[in-house]
Design a protein around this ligand. Structure first.
Ligand code: NAD
Ligand code: UDP
Length: 363
């Protein structure tokens, strides 16, 4: 398959590019490097020994995206491009809504004009909100998000689902107008095609490629737990602050479903392949189904790097949910995918990346 990855120079996109190439697919990347470096794509090429076509562009720039998509005509688009820092989204909501929603709207418009019909979207477990009780299943009602970033995911899921619904209706009325022959040609108009929308709700992507050549490279002070732990372990930061140890959990710290980024990447390969055969809008959790606490992860990382990771207990962080983990059965049943790597591999690979690249890609 020919697959185009928006935001493919980023953390999850670059690992997915490796997984796609290793599975025998062809990959092109569009990125504006607002939170990444082309170096990640070059390294993905080195790991696989295969070429990735790379375009520097803003996915919200419709003229440019029409040009790129017309030359690529991918079988599937995997839409990673977006801004993702929760705290920053509270300070800059309009920038987040503009970028994340605009990129999705632009892609849908371009796809329609070019007759492209398959899209896989990076959503998040954050859409389950605060009131659902884990393990989260895809048929639970979406919840109330606690920040603008979460709302952009919530809304993009809705926009893509509505676009699929309209595409289905359009195909039916086209078939009626052409005497039941949906494949009939109509000069001057692109024949409507029912969309395949695959919404992937990620849990907590962590770790790095086994080679240690690509990994997560946050700018500034990391917001997320695992890059923070890695930077303490490598000596870039003095200690981790654990946000609260008075939750109703076995050790008092919050629990999450940490998923190895290469497991997540392999889930995208399955989702892209599924999008070829499937029509409709379908949601899948990509998680392991196993919750681990903050202190579990601190301990596992210490084991992987050979020395304890220094930490202090601090107050709770506003907006944190106590528990979040997936029921991952649907992806196993329908996509034939399940996470294979555990927290020991996660910490081993994160440490290999961090210790080999203490300053990330040196952007
Ligand atoms: P990332 O920041 O590393 O990657 C996103 C990429 O998109 C970056 O390379 C950035 O430069 C690019 N980008 C942003 N806006 C763009 C635009 N307008 N045009 C072109 N490129 C643009 O983030 P990631 O962790 O790889 O996340 C990928 C996707 O998965 C994002 O949509 C994110 O919201 C989603 N997601 C991430 C997590 C996580 O914990 N990492 C969890 C759930 C969902
Ligand atoms: N966390 C922490 N210290 C940090 C960063 C995160 O204790 O410096 C905790 C956070 O409170 C949460 C867990 O680690 O319980 C995972 O946080 P992260 O931001 O990585 O993911 P999210 O909360 O978005 O699932």
């Amino acid at each position: 398959m020919k697959i185009l990855l928006t935001g493919g120079a980023g953390y999850i996109g670059s690992h997915t590019a490796v997984a796609l190439l290793e599975a025998g697919h062809d990959a092109a990347v569009v990125d504006n490097y607002s939170n990444s470096s082309p170096e990640a794509v070059r390294r993905a090429e080195q790991i696989t020994g295969k070429e990735i076509r790379l375009y520097e562009a803003d996915v919200a720039d419709k003229n440019r995206m029409m040009e790129i998509l017309r030359s690529e005509m991918p079988d599937c688009i995997i839409h990673f491009a977006g801004l993702k820092a929760v705290g920053e989204s509270v300070a800059k909501p309009v920038e987040y809504y503009r970028n994340n929603i605009d990129t999705t709207l632009t892609l849908i418009e371009c796809m329609k004009e070019l007759g492209l019909s398959n899209i896989v979207f990076s959503s998040s477990a954050t859409v389950y909100g605060e009131d659902n009780i884990p393990p989260f299943t895809e048929n639970m009602p979406k919840g109330v998000c606690t920040n603008p970033y979460g709302w952009t995911k919530w809304m993009q899921e809705q926009i893509l689902t509505d676009a699929w619904f309209a595409s289905e209706k359009e195909v039916i009325s086209w078939a009626k107008a052409h005497d039941g022959d949906a494949a009939a040609s109509d000069s001057g108009r692109v024949r409507p095609r029912e969309l395949s929308v695959v919404l992937l709700r990620y849990f907590n992507p962590v770790g790095a490629h086994e080679s240690g050549m690509i990994g997560e490279d946050p700018q500034g002070i990391p917001n997320n737990l695992m890059p923070y732990i890695s930077q303490v372990a490598v000596g870039r930061r003095d200690h981790l602050t654990v946000f609260g140890d008075d939750y109703d959990t076995p050790d008092g710290t919050c629990r999450r479903d940490y998923i190895h980024v290469m497991d997540l990447a392999e889930g995208h390969v399955k989702a892209a392949e599924y999008s070829l055969e499937h029509r409709g809008a379908e949601v899948f959790n990509l998680g392991t189904g196993n919750p681990y606490s903050v202190l579990d992860m601190v301990k596992a990382f210490g084991d992987a790097c050979g020395h304890p990771v220094k930490y202090e207990i601090g107050p709770r962080r506003a907006g944190d949910v106590q528990d979040s983990w997936a029921n991952a059965d649907k992806a196993k049943e329908i996509l034939g995918w399940e996470a294979k790597r555990g927290i020991a591999e996660i910490c081993r690979d994160a440490w290999k990346w961090q210790s080999g690249n203490p300053n990330g890609y040196d952007r």
